[in-house]
Design a binder for this molecule. Structure first.
Ligand code: FEO
Length: 374
């Protein structure tokens, strides 16, 4: 059964929701599911913008057939080659033997590398700044390398101001009928997943996101809709969400006044990373374990390094019953492996238990954190 939503008069969402996948990229829990967004433009020519994950291929085909209503599919425009969006390219080629492909040089290389039989089809290679007309609608292409793969690009429909933004502005979470961000309470129900998506999937590539935002800045007044490959479509308050992306990709904290506490041994590291991007100060509290840092805390630190987190202030609490080592090791990791971090000199060092004799040390640590916020 088809399930589509109209985005504009000529544009339909023809993607799919996935509630069966437990771990996105086999890494990240997605208890609210995920959507694979694909869009179909009905102009003098018909155009499909990206496909979906293989697991959702049948849904895409049914949606596409409904929207095309007997028309041929003329073009398949590919902005991003990662398989959660590109896995159905081959199937579209098989079912629409006359379809022409539009993408860039790197993407065509990857299509061949994935074994898609694109060479029996007309392959139209585009580069940044090129324009292409489908009739009433003209699109232009903007490179978005490393947001999230090197071939990634975004496409702007200059006629209706629709930005097909690939992974940028995506979030975890299935749509379940609510296509637009203004149909949900995004800040309450989606923002944490949006941050967790960005920080864990493309957090490493903050400078590349900044470059894309800079390019988008030049045409911001033309953008009326943002159509990402995951999560809701934006048609209102675009600036609010763009500002969030700007904050996260500059590694700037969202808040200095709120406090949250997590047990690293029972909180998924993707959630810890999302929170680390949110807050300005991070207190690491770890026991000494096998004369090292507690493994879950070590994983968290390793992920901070992998995802390029920067510009935070750390305080350290250590514990151990015979060799209290974790504090020095965490401090060394933060100083040597992470960028632009500050570690406060005050440290709470515990031997087995927190006694009243440690009250002064604890208060000194708390005061130091407050002082560093001024
Ligand atoms: Fe959702 Fe980089 O793919």
């Amino acid at each position: 059964m088809y399930c589509v939503r109209k985005v504009t008069n000529d544009l339909y969402w023809v993607g799919a929701n996935d509630h069966r996948l437990a771990l996105f990229e086999n890494c990240f829990p997605i208890p609210r599911g995920v959507s694979y967004n694909s869009y179909c433009l009905l102009d003098e020519k018909t155009v499909l913008f990206d496909t979906v994950d293989w697991s959702a291929c049948r849904q895409l085909l049914e949606n596409l057939a409904y929207v095309l209503d007997g028309r041929e599919l003329d073009y398949l425009l590919v902005n991003h080659l990662e398989p959660d969006h590109a896995a159905c390219i081959e199937e579209i080629l098989l079912r629409h033997p006359k379809v022409k492909l539009i993408s860039n040089e790197k993407a065509f290389m990857l299509m061949r590398q994935f074994g898609f039989h694109v060479d029996g089809h007309e392959c139209i290679e585009v580069k940044e700044g090129d324009t292409f007309s489908f009739g009433k609608h003209t699109v232009t292409f903007v490179g978005a390398p490393m947001v999230h793969w090197p071939e990634a690009m975004v496409t702007l429909d200059v006629t209706d101001g629709v930005l097909f933004s690939a992974d940028a502005f995506g979030t975890f979470g299935a749509l379940d009928g609510k296509l637009f961000a203004d149909e949900v309470d995004f800040e309450r129900d989606w923002l944490d997943d949006a941050r967790r998506y960005l920080t864990n999937i493309v957090g490493k590539y903050g400078p590349h996101i900044q470059l894309l935002l800079k390019k988008a800045g030049g045409v911001l007044d033309q953008i009326k809709y943002i159509c990402p490959l995951h999560g809701p479509v934006w048609r209102k308050d675009l600036g609010w969400f763009i500002e969030k992306y700007d904050t996260w990709s500059r590694y700037a904290p969202e808040t200095m006044s709120k406090v949250a506490m997590y047990d690293v041994s029972s909180t998924h590291v993707s959630q810890l990373i999302s929170e680390a991007f949110k807050y300005s100060h991070i207190v690491l509290a770890s026991v000494t374990y096998n004369l090292g840092i507690y493994p879950a805390m070590h994983d968290f630190l390793m992920d901070m390094k992998a995802l390029n987190l920067q510009n935070r202030t750390f305080a350290i609490i250590e514990n151990g019953s015979w060799a209290v080592k974790s504090g020095d090791l965490m401090q060394k990791f933060v100083n040597d492996e992470l960028k632009n971090m500050t570690v406060l000199n005050e440290r709470l060092s515990l031997a087995s238990s927190m006694g009243t004799d440690k009250r002064t040390e604890l208060e000194a640590l708390a005061d130091a954190i407050l002082e560093s916020m001024k």
